[in-house]
Write a protein that binds this ligand. Structure first.
Ligand code: AMP
Ligand code: MN
Ligand code: MN
Ligand code: MN
Length: 292
């Protein structure tokens, strides 16, 4: 059979707008995340470290080398109704003073929280937690993930999930609450930096359906632009529901793996369902992104 003319050959272009590097709780340096994404066939990537944009400069250089398009992003923790939500900011100006000031506030909170967590975990049997967590992160944000890795490394639990369940969730011996800035402030910082505010992993908050509806409604009312419809670990039912939610709450859609490292063998950069046709892709509203 004759091959089709080259202009009709579909070129697979993968989009992944949520992943982490060593600027927060990812395993790989920003440049290595970008190179790995390019190898996996990703053509449009956002690096979204927790409360940080510190990996973006390195990622930009690597993206230019690998010929992959990079969107500057961050995943910001936010308080809403005494809960923590994650808001991904996409297409942000990394020089924005408003955004930089907000992230600096969260970074200070993380340092203070990590000290308290380390002290509690040391009491609970994790040796040298403060020093080891600090050396793991170098210049990155200290997150609960780092302590979870130490708990696994020392054999106090058998896997990451066990670390969260036994030590790091509310009510557990290593848990310290955090007073992140309010959702409306976080959305405001992202908008001040010219970015779009995306509600991350809407099924990742252990909420009942009625709380999820309340959250989506508040996010939309407070000016949120989009929600993640397809995440790396989404089920088909979640995607169906999120597609309906995006329509009902007038939100655009985003997709992202939430890749943290090669050890998460069930996740890979670019391994995300495509956005259902009825949902407007948030990346088409970022400058120059309309062709994806
Ligand atoms: P933090 O922002 O410091 O509270 O840390 C939150 C991070 O912990 C998330 O971004 C996830 O990467 C990680 N995390 C939360 N729950 C789990 C879990 N059950 N297993 C593995 N990682 C988790
Ligand atoms: Mn994380
Ligand atoms: Mn998250
Ligand atoms: Mn994430």
């Amino acid at each position: 059979m004759a091959s089709p003319p080259s202009d009709t050959v579909a070129i697979k272009s993968l989009v992944d707008l949520h992943c982490h590097s060593t600027a927060s709780d990812g395993r790989l340096a920003p440049a290595d995340v970008v190179a790995r994404a390019a190898d996996a066939g990703v053509t449009l990537l956002a690096l979204t470290d927790h409360d940080s944009i510190d990996g973006i400069a390195e990622a930009r250089v690597a993206a230019a080398e690998a010929d992959i398009e990079l969107i500057a992003g961050t995943e910001i923790s936010a308080s809403w109704q005494k809960r923590t939500l994650h808001v991904v900011g996409l297409g942000i100006d990394t020089e924005s003073d408003v955004l930089k000031a907000g992230l600096a506030e969260h970074q200070q909170m993380r340092v203070a929280r990590a000290e308290k967590m380390a002290a509690k975990l040391e009491k609970a049997g994790l040796s040298n937690a403060a020093e080891r967590a600090a050396s793991m992160t170098a210049d990155g944000q200290i997150t609960r993930t780092h302590f979870a890795r130490l708990l696994v490394e020392d054999g106090l639990v058998k896997d990451m999930n066990g670390a969260f369940k036994k030590y790091l969730k509310p009510g557990k011996p290593g848990y310290v609450g955090s007073d992140w800035c309010e959702l409306e402030d976080v959305i405001r910082w992202i908008h001040a930096a010219g970015g779009k505010a995306v509600l991350a992993h809407p099924f990742g908050y252990n909420m009942t359906a009625s709380w999820r509806r309340r959250m989506l409604s508040a996010f939309s009312e407070e000016g949120g632009d989009a929600m993640e419809v397809c995440c790396g670990n989404s089920t088909a039912d979640e995607i169906t529901q999120a597609t309906k939610d995006a329509d009902a709450y007038e939100l655009m859609g985003s997709i992202g793996s939430d890749f943290h490292g090669p050890d998460q063998h069930w996740l890979a950069l670019g391994k995300v369902q495509s956005l259902p046709k009825s949902v407007q892709p948030v990346w088409t509203t970022l400058s120059q992104r309309a062709s994806y």
